[in-house]
Design a binder for this molecule. Sequence first.
Ligand SMILES: [Zn+2]
Length: 304
Amino acid sequence: MIVCFDIGGTAIKGAYARAPGDIAQVPRVPTPTADFEAFVAVLARIVSEAPEPTKVVALSIAGVVDPDTRCMIVANIPCLHGIDLATELAARLSLPVVIANDADCFAMAEAGFGIGRGHDVVFGIILGSGVGGGLVVRGHLINEDGGYAGEWGHGPVSATRAGPLSRDVPRFACGCGQTGCLDAACSARGLERIDKHLHGRDLTSEQIIAEFEAGASKAQETIDVYVDILSGPLALLINTTGASVVPVGGGLSNAVPLIDLIDRETRKKTLRRFKAPLVVPAACRIEPGLIGSAILGFQKVARI
Ligand SMILES: [Zn+2]
């Protein structure tokens, strides 16, 4: 058995896994964001209550393991930021610990149990509060030891003219310190920024998508610009990785007509002529953080 966790800024979800697809969840617990000892105590209690001996503890977390220092980079859980969490937890729990970014766990879940099954190369992307991603090759996460692989949302690549009418679009400032990141233009907030720039209004991403789905012309233009900015870098990524499927998670993935449009525009721009849909809504909708971390946990067990 392994114990897997999905560590978010507001709640810790935990589960006992007898197999990657066989997980029994425990009640979620508020995340102690400012108290590391309290954080460890939550995990230790859930591990101690496991119904069978635990071989590995696996975590999905909204953060990155710095590939040079091994320390966590976590914006919304201050007590974990800057800590070598795998080493600390392994010592406290006396168990091997696996840690992966939540977008990476999403990609693993899709590769193992979602729309990516049967594909050698799966690039899972998140379009929601941010733009993220994870690359899985033949069932293995490309960055099992942490680091930034798959973080296609950051870098100054956003087009400055986009859409059928070639509208001027600024390169928006990003929280990472650069300007022109896809994270700043193609997240839910980015969609709102594009709409405000084009039409001078303050709509939420949900309102923009609802108008788009109702056929409103302003929202259509916003979405066309958004998809144009997104699809070029995504096509480049598909050429580079050889991915044959791109499952989409995050809040914007619920807008099926939007994902369909991203798919059509991206397939126009890839070198490979994909006949079937390539960019598709995620299929593994239930707890991808737990499923993905469970898969990684069992891969760790196999290596011990
Ligand atoms: Zn950025």
